[in-house]
Ligand binder design. Structure first.
Ligand code: S3P
Length: 164
């Protein structure tokens, strides 16, 4: 991998990852999509039928495989918050970019999509509490942090490319 994007749900990891990969003329991989492909069912179904712990195992195995490939990787919002994933991310030499967004931006973005089990399960206060709890874990693995609120996805991708 040439770059790994981390951040809370709705921070723009997938959108920015696609644009960044295109400008770097490399492949883009989305960890959630890889998990869905591997499991043959949507994330909401994996959470509902096998539970979050099983999802996290699949996520870890998929992350290890993805780290061997080339391109830009957009992770899931919880990926770096699981200790074994944080270790793998820190051990890899790939730059890790943390996309941040304020609470209002996140709420506005995640409301439009029902494919996220944690958004479906948690009320707004709990979701934002989860976001706050995760901040230190994202910060711990990040090599670069970008506040995305005032930027378009293309501008964010440009900033990352300039930094890489
Ligand atoms: C999760 C975020 C999701 C997905 C799963 C769990 C999380 O990814 O991996 O629903 O724990 O924050 P996105 O950040 O791409 O929505």
């Amino acid at each position: 991998m040439q770059a790994i994007l981390i951040g809370f749900m709705g921070s723009g990891k997938t959108t920015v990852g696609r644009i960044l990969a295109r400008s770097l003329a490399t492949a883009h991989a989305d960890l959630d999509d890889l998990i869905v492909q591997q499991a043959g069912r949507p994330i909401t179904t994996i959470f509902a039928e096998q539970g979050e712990a099983y999802f996290r195992q699949l996520e870890h195995q998929t992350l290890l495989r993805a780290l061997q490939a080339t391109g830009v990787l957009s992770t899931g919002g919880g990926t770096p918050t699981i200790a074994m994933n944080a270790v793998s991310l820190k051990q890899s030499t790939v730059p890790v970019i943390w996309l941040t967004a304020n609470d209002d931006t996140i709420i506005q973005r995640v409301q439009q999509d029902s494919g996220r089990p944690l958004v479906n399960q948690l009320d707004q206060t709990s979701l934002l509490a989860l976001k706050r709890r995760r901040q230190a874990l994202y910060a711990d693995v990040a090599d670069l942090t970008i506040a995305t609120d005032q930027l378009t996805p293309a501008q964010i991708a440009d900033q990352i490319q300039g930094w890489l």
